[in-house]
Design a protein around this ligand. Structure first.
Ligand code: PMP
Ligand code: GLN
Length: 386
């Protein structure tokens, strides 16, 4: 009897995520890990203490599926304070198992089989599998080097009668762009014209070094058709807690919750309490941001000194380096060699591209690491010359 393939055809070709692969290499070779965007920084102490207090207070059973009221209220209050956005905590805010679940639930619940979803390339690695699992079809628009700006004409060509969603990531992983008002307005205009919903992944909203973060939902007419997704992981250095959320108008929220309730139903009750506490602390992001700005400069300057062409990011916590000036032209081969011969782990950018050839000269280094790790990583990379 011939065995059927075990993996559904929807998921064939996705393999193991690049983050898991590179994490294993880091462990195996005891390399300095500048790969995965997992902060090696202490969790914001007041938020960590609130989690301990919540566990001790007995908040350890299932939370209500849509998220505990104090967290939904804190999220609504955060949207008002930072962006002047009015969201109703009961009908427009849903707590999820990280931003990843919010993205999945949004795509799953808002797409029919065969619908088209526009994604901007390079893109975060969970977008295409979410689209595939929903039975939808990705339409990829490339952000072109060297500026990685949104090109309104290229974007217009991607829209069709079948376009249902556009997934935006701002601030952007991996490139570190913070899209400006002109670029966001171009996206908004097309989505309004074609009745398309934006799934806006804003997990790096508080990691902005140049310009300022403008949520898609703040553009005229867009609050009605935007699912704004964020997460506590980056803002409080607690990626392992997997507390994320989605803010969306009631009709989109009902849809998203319909999927979400059967994926995880609920998650991380004590951490939901802790994140509610964190969101309410005045100025809670200030020290973190100053620290990240310093590390961004340390890593960007260090990589430039090694001889890479460096893309200094406007936001998020990654520096991308063009490897061609050092005589390399294959990011995957370079990143597989690096842990073994140099003792450093980085992420090959082709993994963020549909057409792998496009990202082949770029490698992503994370600076959500200790200064010692960054300095040691750069010191080891200087060995590339020898
Ligand atoms: N979106 C982007 C752009 C990310 O970089 C990440 C991971 N850091 C996520 C979503 C996933 O966030 P979470 O860990 O909250 O699921
Ligand atoms: N968002 C993190 C990054 O880009 C990785 C999260 C994961 O491992 N899936 O590095």
């Amino acid at each position: 009897m011939t065995r059927q393939p075990r993996l559904s055809s929807k998921l064939q070709g996705f393999g193991t995520t690049i983050f898991a692969t590179m994490q294993m290499l880091a462990i195996e070779h005891e390399a300095v890990d500048l790969g995965q965007g997992a902060p090696r920084l202490p969790t914001e102490p007041r938020v960590a203490q609130a989690a301990i207090d919540a566990i001790r207070a007995g908040h350890n059973q299932y939370a209500v599926g849509i998220g505990i009221p104090p967290l939904r209220e804190a999220i609504a209050d955060h949207q008002r304070r930072f962006y002047g956005l009015d969201v109703d905590p009961l009908t427009e805010v849903t707590v999820t198992a990280g931003a990843t679940e919010a993205i999945f639930a949004a795509v799953m619940s808002l797409c029919e089989t065969g619908d088209e979803v526009i994604v901007l390339e390079p893109f975060y690695d969970s977008y295409l599998p979410s689209i595939a699992m929903a039975g939808a079809v990705p339409k990829v628009v490339t952000l072109e080097a060297p500026d990685f700006r949104v090109d309104a004409d290229a974007l217009r060509r991607a829209f069709s009668a079948k376009t249902r969603l556009l997934i935006l990531n701002n601030p952007h992983n991996p490139i570190g762009r913070v899209f400006d008002r002109v670029e966001l307005q171009a996206i908004a205009d097309l989505c309004l014209e074609h009745d398309v919903i934006v799934v806006s992944d804003e997990v790096y909203e508080h990691l902005v070094y140049e310009g300022s973060h403008l949520p898609m939902a703040a553009l005229p007419g867009m609050a009605d058709r935007t699912v704004t997704i964020s997460s506590a992981g980056k803002s409080f250095s607690c990626t392992g807690w997997k507390v994320g959320w989605a803010c969306a108008p009631p009709d989109l929220t009902v849809a998203l919750r319909t999927a979400k309730q059967f994926v995880t139903y609920t998650n991380a009750t004590p951490f939901q309490h802790a994140v509610a506490t964190g969101l309410a602390i005045d100025g809670v992001y200030d020290d973190m941001l100053a620290g990240y700005r310093h590390r961004r400069d340390l890593l960007s300057d260090g990589l430039a000194k090694v001889g890479f062409d460096v893309i200094r990011p406007e936001g998020a916590f990654f520096v991308n380096a063009d490897i061609r000036p050092l005589g390399y032209d294959d990011d995957v081969a370079f990143c597989m060699m690096l842990p073994v011969e140099v003792g450093v782990v980085a992420i090959p950018c082709s993994s963020f591209y549909d057409d792998k050839r496009r990202g082949r000269h770029l490698v992503r280094f994370a600076f959500c690491k200790s200064e010692d790790d960054i300095n040691e990583g750069v010191r080891r990379l200087e060995g590339l010359h020898r």
